[in-house]
Structures are given as C-alpha cells and as structure tokens.
Design a protein around this ligand. Sequence first.
Ligand code: TMP
Ligand code: ASP
Length: 250
Amino acid sequence: MTPEHGPLIYEGKAKRIFGTSNDEEVLVEFKNQATAFNALKRAELEGKGRLNCQISAYLFEILQSAGIPTHFLGLASDEWMVAQRVEVIPLEVVLRNVATGSLCKETPIVMGTQLEPPLLDLYYKDDSLADPLLTEARLELLGVVDSNQRVEIERLARSVNDLLKCFFEKLDLQLVDFKLEIGVNRAGQLLVADEISPDTCRIWDKRVNNTKARILDKDRFRQDLGGVLDAYGEILKRIQEVSSKPRNCS
Ligand code: TMP
Ligand code: ASP
C-alpha cells in the first residue's frame, strides 16, 4: 500500500524519500531494486523492499530502546517508513568484526580474521567517485564533519555494533560487518539514518558451517549465490521471534 505522500525529495538505488505535510518528517519507500558494484549489476527482487523495510524498522527500534538515536519514527506500510527529516552526512561508516569483502581485496589480511577491536573505515559517499576510502587527513581536508562530529560518529558506530552483535548472537547470527549513514536533524543532533538491513550488513548463519550456505546478506546477490529473498526472510523471521512489533504510523 502506498501512503499519501508529498513530492519526491531524493531517489537512491534502494530507496525513495518523499516529503510529507509535516516538514520535520519524510516518508521512505524501500525499493525492490538490488544493485552491486556501484550499480554495474542490477536486478528487481520482488519483496526485497518489504523485507529491508521491516528488518530496518525492528533494528532501529532496538537501537532506540537502548538510547541510540535513529531517524525512525514508525512504519507506514509494508515497505514504507516515516523518518525524521535529516541532512545525511556524505560518509559511509563501515564497522568490521571479521575480515572479508573489500578489506581482503585491498590488503593481505586473511579472510575470516577476527578484528578486535572492530575496524572502523570511513568512505566518502559519492557514486561518481565510487565511494573512495578516506584517510583521516582527507576527511579533515574535505571538512564534511568537525572533530566533535567525527568522535561522535565513531562512538555511535561502535555502540550500534556492540548492541547488534550481541542481539544477532542470540539469534544464532553473526554480524560480520555493516555500513551506517549518519544524519543531522534540525536540532543538530546526529542520528543513525538510512537503513540497517541485509543490503547494508554482512550476516552469517551460525547454524550452518558451509561458507557459502551461511551467507544471509547481499553477498548472495553480489556472488550470484541465489536465494537472496529466502536469506533476508530468514533474518526477519528470527528477529520477529524475539522482538515486539515496530511502531506503526499508518
Ligand atoms: P565492503 O567489504 O564491500 O567494503 O563492505 C563493507 C560493508 O558495507 C558490508 O556490510 C556491505 C556494506 N556496503 C554497503 O552497505 N554499501 C556499499 O556500497 C558497499 C560497498 C558496502
Ligand atoms: N550498494 C552498492 C551499489 O549498489 C554496492 C554494494 O552494496 O555492493 O552499487
């Protein structure tokens, strides 16, 4: 169901953001489009929007209950949520508990190495530049955040990791790594924005030993493993077994 909404504000690869009658709020529509490798690979996966919207809603609620601010205000329908209107900081904040993905392509670190403390990587969010990895010096030069915001972003990302890693552990799921986007609201507060879903996290099934079969995230799409929606559905099912329903704004 499509809720009543205002004009389109922004369209990304996986979501559309619309205005509402309240100018402090936006409506976020989760699309079925899947992309990888900076959209070189694309597909329509019927039902992905609903799964990512629902998973994100549950995870945002968990963060908020623990005092971690997020932009989430409530679900508007299966694949739409209401969120605070924020200015998204053009950074991809990546936290890694286990070495895999680009870390193993770009460094000699062996796949599967436990990263303790977890590694924080900051990328500049710009598709036309293919989201380059930043050094601290380049981050400072770009001036996209001040030093207090830089510290707060890292604190937020590490708190999200501590909480979600522990939550997923109870579901026999391993949180391997994830990407966050941080927004600034009208009051200047930093919030976890965007989405937290199997599109933006790596999650492995601890009930399965096989290194391909255990993958429950977008790597199934990136690596042509099939079963993308079943994997996302399994994550949602396990979350729902232990959580109360997210707020509803419809
Ligand atoms: P990476 O190993 O490819 O750098 O990915 C690290 C994490 O960030 C992984 O959980 C997937 C997520 N991610 C995104 O959400 N969007 C992206 O564009 C990329 C490249 C990774
Ligand atoms: N989200 C990125 C893209 O669509 C890359 C990825 O997730 O692998 O291209």
